[in-house]
Design a protein around this ligand. Sequence first.
Ligand code: FNR
Length: 418
Amino acid sequence: MSIGRDIQGKIYRAGVFGHRPVVPVEPAALEAAAHEVMSPQAWAYVNGGAGQQRTVAANAEAFGRHRIVPRMFVDVQERDLSVDLFGRTLPSPLLLAPIGVLEMAHPEAEHAVARAARALGTPMVISTQGSVPMEDTARALGETPRLYQLYWSRDDEVVRSFVRRAEAIGSDAIVVTLDTHLLGWRTRDLDLGYLPFARAEGIAQYTSDPHFRSLAQAREPSTEPTPRPTLAAVRALLSMARHYPGSTWANLRSPHPRAAVETFLDVFSRSDLTWADVARLREMTTLPILVKGIQHPADARLALEHGLDGIVVSNHGGRQVDNAIGALDALPAVVAEVGGRVPVLFDSGVRSGADAFVALALGASAVLLGRPWVYGLALAGEDGVRAVVEHVLAELDLTMGLVGAGSVGEITRDLLQS
Ligand code: FNR
């Protein structure tokens, strides 16, 4: 049975007994339901974009410029959604985009997301702004593939430490996000005066990091007592000590929260990096390195010239530059520039299986799903993430069948009218 018919069947059979999906299937209804249960701050942070929200709108509008033209009488009884990426065969071309501060959506945060990803075999891109140390997320993922998303800290030792930890948890690749070395002008968050990181939310990769802890401890206020380490903190360090030679009993205790926040704000990122710095990151790891946030074909060319192993076309879901090009509009030129030499992944605006189909038809090697699974998380934790991903995969499978594409490789540009 295909995933499309399987999920359809489950929903319709339950419907006979009066049950309707807890997590709405229709993307706009999903968004509205999440809005109802999320705090105003969480909603602004997750749903909001930069400035006048024009890039958020452009991401959605761009899909409307491509229409699928279905083919008939094609044997699509068996449909294969698998793709090969970085030496692995993945069950589908869908990955979970890196999303930070998940504790705002649900207290189980990455624990719930990782369990859902594991149930479906869907790879997860673990965020540097996570709410849970990457080692714990990795444990919950089991054997499920994971990539690690890196924000390039001002402190290279933090970068080195994150990369080492990412290797230790079995990441398939490092995804360096280039578009957020400064935070965009996020009008909705500004109007609420709300930045999660300033409240010590979404900084768990840092506070669980031995090198970061040393930095934070160095600036702790000497007059205030530091909180006693929690059992979770002790456990985290013990597990990390296995992988990280720099961990000591001295940095066992969690840093004072205020010192942690101040140190985070100091080291979060830097705006002086250039393509020449790629070589330094390359020296730190043998893993494939992808760059996320590419929108200009000239940057795609530079990425290739600097030996990068993959590109993620993305505008960060319209959260960074207002009135930026819709990400889907940026995709074809990047795909043309890359010419198949490295994988080109895509995100920003994917809301459904039909959207994923269009991005694949325009040449994306795989697609990252973003906000929708966070809405599922907010609504129903692990089950919610799982439901959202299942709905997207089901529609992709049915769209492939109805359009006459028996495999992802058969999702080609000639199936679109643009
Ligand atoms: C993000 N995104 C993101 N990207 C990244 O590289 N690291 C991160 O920590 C985050 N955090 C984050 C938080 C929230 C709340 C959102 C909505 C997005 C960007 C994300 O990976 C992806 O590029 C966008 O979500 C794609 O846009 P859509 O499809 O979600 O609209």
